[in-house]
Design a protein around this ligand. Structure first.
Ligand SMILES: [Zn+2]
Length: 617
């Protein structure tokens, strides 16, 4: 009988304590916040010194040298043992002190090292823990753009993607009306599954065009072929152009799925949840197929009329027409006009999301040279959208509401779309007969950002912008709503007790806001909005309550992604933190994978990539 002896020295709680920051790093002028997350905070002092140093070159610690190892090659075990020894080795490049703060998310220690601007590759060290490595240099966020392009290529459907999957879904699909075949192979998988929603994947065209407009020749200088962006646009459009019928109606999705059996949900009553279509859709068509048309396992094409899809199609096709040569440009503009004509003949219920989408579609037609638009009607719609902004004398203001103030406008995937629409009105103001509406739109964007996003982001230690305002908060006894003024409630994260029992991560919301803040900072000359945009990116890049990067290929300590058929997608971004009932952040850290926080998803990434474009200056 022998007894195993654990001879390893105890390392003081080092696995519990995290030193959190943006794992990718910072621009020289970025805000740079360091947060120490204590695990068990007992016994920690109010102030904890920190030392910024060259990446990899650890500071000396007060441990006895072990026999058999030298100063040049020290014992390679348990590296966090001992206290830092100051005055030996290379001097730190910057020092400061983390200070204890009390927040609604508990005690933590924070420091601001924004004054350190010097480009380089660093880590920050304390007695208790060492930060992940990070860089400071110009255009550091280009790595997000590079990751996005790799991710999008891997999401291609209808072809083989080397190292990811063989050719898939060549037999898409059959119409849900009568089962007749319609060639709808191609496009992109939207998330960690195989479904091809137009409501989400159309916006990749928007993102690719933003990249094309903002990156200039830098992609090619960096070894990425200049025609890659338009090649990806063409790949998407080959699919989207098949998803419009001869009358001009755009189909909603391929393989989205139906309401789960026994759920009681119906398309008419429950398809929309928090301005997200099909959240409850089951995964019945989320599967491999035999790639052989008419063999019986084809996936369904949803032909229902979705006004968001209809007008998003108009918007992106009109926009892309300005990037292409003849005859493709004419083809895209012709389809945009056809879809717009269909949309005008088929009224929608005037919810804020649809109102904004229709307006945005018409604005892109205007930008593309369509002279047949009813401009007074367009301006009336713009004024209606601005009437739906809260104008509160106290508390939060400037956020959008639904028609007749029935509720706050909240959206999982399209949170910033009303503000993006108004920003576009400001950009195109000189093309409008009444230029005063452009100035009003500028003021409306200013109110939304200053009196809502930035006013509420002070409520938490990571400067997260709010998920949404609830005019009549549901289940108040079970979940926390912070006071938004006027009896209304606001949350940083979606209220988990809701009509469909769905709790959805909010990276999409945060990255939409980051994109809006960065873009509005540039277009409206409000440089102070760049910092808040970057803080949101930093949250996703690791500066969060768990010190985990939410990009699978950028940063460190990633959670385990949820991807139903292909467990590892390259360079993907997860849907992100949800909130507990008390509005504190939660991300699944175990391998008990669930989609709520961990599913890979297009929307946050395409917004993050655009934020990165606008932050290049
Ligand atoms: Zn596929």
């Amino acid at each position: 009988m022998s007894r195993a002896v654990d001879a390893r020295p105890k390392v003081h709680r080092c696995m519990d304590i995290q030193l959190s920051l943006s794992h990718l790093g910072y621009l020289p002028e970025s805000p740079k916040i360091l947060t120490l997350l204590p695990g068990d905070a007992s016994g920690l002092p109010d102030g904890i010194p920190f030392y910024l140093r060259q990446n990899c070159l650890r500071m000396p610690r007060s441990v006895k040298r072990e026999d058999g190892f030298s100063a040049r090659f020290p014992a390679p075990y348990d590296l966090l043992q001992g206290k830092l020894v100051l005055g030996e080795g290379t001097a730190p490049l910057y020092t400061g002190e983390l200070r204890r703060i009390s927040s609604r998310w508990g005690s933590m220690w924070q420091a601001d090292f924004s004054r350190f601007h010097t480009p380089g590759s660093y880590q920050i060290e304390t007695d208790l823990q060492i930060s992940p490595p990070f860089a400071i240099h110009d255009r550091v966020y280009d790595r997000i753009i590079a990751g996005y392009l790799t991710f999008l290529r891997a999401q291609r459907c209808g072809c083989a993607v080397f190292g990811v999957h063989d050719a898939c879904h060549l037999d898409d699909g059959i119409l849900d009306t009568d089962g007749s075949p319609l060639p709808a192979a191609g496009g992109w998988h939207d998330a960690g599954d195989f479904r091809k929603w137009l409501a989400f994947t159309l916006y990749h065209i928007d993102a690719l065009l933003t990249l094309r407009e903002r990156l200039g020749e830098d992609l090619e200088r960096g070894g990425i072929p200049a025609d890659l962006l338009l090649d990806e646009v063409s790949w998407g459009n080959a699919y989207f152009h098949r998803m419009i019928d001869p009358r001009g109606q755009v189909y909603e999705d391929v393989a989205g799925g139906s309401s789960p059996e026994g759920s009681g949900f119906s398309y008419e009553n429950d398809w929309w949840f928090e301005n997200h279509p099909g959240c409850y859709g089951d995964a019945s068509d989320n599967r491999w197929t035999d790639n052989v048309p008419r063999s019986g396992d084809e996936r369904r094409i949803r032909t229902m009329y979705n006004p968001l899809v209809q007008w998003a199609f108009v918007h992106v096709q009109a926009r892309v027409s300005r990037h292409l040569q003849s005859p493709e440009a004419e083809r895209c503009l012709q389809l945009a006009r056809k879809a717009a004509a269909f949309g005008r003949k088929h009224a929608h219920d005037n919810r804020t999301l649809f109102l904004a989408a229709e307006l945005r579609g018409n604005l892109e037609l205007l930008a593309a040279g369509d002279t047949s638009l009813d401009l007074p009607a367009l301006i009336a719609s713009a004024r209606e959208l601005m009437r739906r902004q809260a104008k509160a004398p106290e508390g939060l203001s400037g956020y959008f509401t639904e028609a007749d103030s029935s509720d706050g406008f909240r959206s999982i995937a399209f949170a910033a779309d009303p503000a993006f629409t108004l920003l576009r009105i400001w950009e195109l103001g000189s093309m409008l007969p009444d230029t005063s509406v452009a100035e009003q739109a500028r003021q409306a964007v200013f109110d939304y950002i200053e009196n809502y996003l930035l006013a509420d982001c002070r409520s938490n230690p990571f400067s997260l912008t709010p998920y949404g305002v609830y005019l009549d908060p549901p289940h108040r006894h079970r979940q926390l709503f912070r006071d938004a003024g006027n009896g209304r409630g606001v949350r940083t994260f979606m209220a988990p007790f809701n009509s469909q029992g769905i709790v959805h991560g909010t990276n999409s919301v945060l990255m939409s806001h980051a994109h809006l803040l960065a873009r509005a900072a540039a277009l409206l000359s409000e440089a102070a909005w760049r910092g808040p945009a970057e803080r949101l990116l930093h949250w996703c890049l690791g500066h969060n309550t768990l010190n985990r990067s939410l990009f699978s290929g950028i940063g460190y300590r990633q959670p385990v992604g949820y991807s139903f058929r292909i467990p590892q997608l390259p360079e993907a971004m997860v849907v992100g933190f949800i909130g507990r009932p008390d509005d504190s952040p939660y991300l699944e850290e175990s391998t008990a994978i669930e989609w709520n926080t961990l599913e890979y998803w297009s929307i946050p990434f395409l917004q993050a990539a655009q934020a990165a474009c606008w932050l290049r200056g």
